[in-house]
Design a protein around this ligand. Structure first.
Ligand code: AMP
Length: 191
């Protein structure tokens, strides 16, 4: 099994690259942001709860997020591997993911961290906001809060994966295909 964490700040290109990676490596793509948005659209209890945090650019509480992620992994018992996009975002989430994968006799193969300068991220997200219909992409204050939350709560996970010798830093500026090529080289070296 190849299990990839695609890592990086909002706007780094995690979703775009995940779409290409899942095709090439036959992985199941799990994006916690997409799962929350589907729940909001479906007006579920989980969606209602998540929306209050997402609209402000804050993280949804770990317990809710971890339970949702676990359920999604368990829905795919025959997966050849997973690509985790937007998860983990906190140390408890990273610990929970390791425990979950260990219970399935597997583990994370690599954490691919896309590196993109902040001002480029803000420009990309504002641009995406024109068409994505995402409230959290349309407001620069919310975007900057998401970046601050990333720096504070999520970026420390680079050390978590570095300690496991699984972190691979990838230059995240260039064409979609150039960045995809860099990701594939990193995966092929790790697996
Ligand atoms: P994303 O689509 O990954 O940019 O996520 C959009 C929003 O969903 C984030 O700003 C958070 O509010 C929420 N979210 C997504 N994934 C997580 C996660 N792993 N932990 C907590 N909140 C999350």
């Amino acid at each position: 099994m190849i299990n990839i964490v695609i890592f990086g700040p909002p706007g780094a290109g995690k979703g775009t690259q995940s779409e290409k990676l899942l095709e090439k490596y036959s992985l199941v793509h799990i994006s916690t942001g997409d799962l929350f948005r589907a729940n909001i659209k479906g007006e579920t209890k989980l969606g209602l709860r998540a929306k209050a945090f997402m609209d402000k650019g804050e993280l949804v509480p770990d317990s809710v997020t971890i339970d949702m992620l676990r359920a999604k992994v368990e829905e795919n018992p025959n997966a050849q591997g997973f690509i985790f996009d937007g998860f983990p975002r906190t140390t408890p989430q990273a610990d929970a993911l390791d425990t979950l994968l260990a219970s399935l006799s597997t583990s994370i193969s690599a954490c691919l961290s896309l590196q993109v300068p902040d001002e480029e991220l803000v420009a990309r997200l504002l641009n995406r906001g024109k068409t994505s219909g995402r409230a959290d992409d349309a407001d620069e204050t919310v975007i900057r809060n998401r970046l601050a939350v990333y720096m504070r709560e999520t970026s420390p996970l680079k050390d978590f994966y570095k300690q496991q010798a699984k972190l691979k830093e990838i230059h995240g500026v260039g064409t979609v295909d150039e960045i995809f090529g860099r990701l594939c080289t990193a995966i092929d070296k790790h697996s």
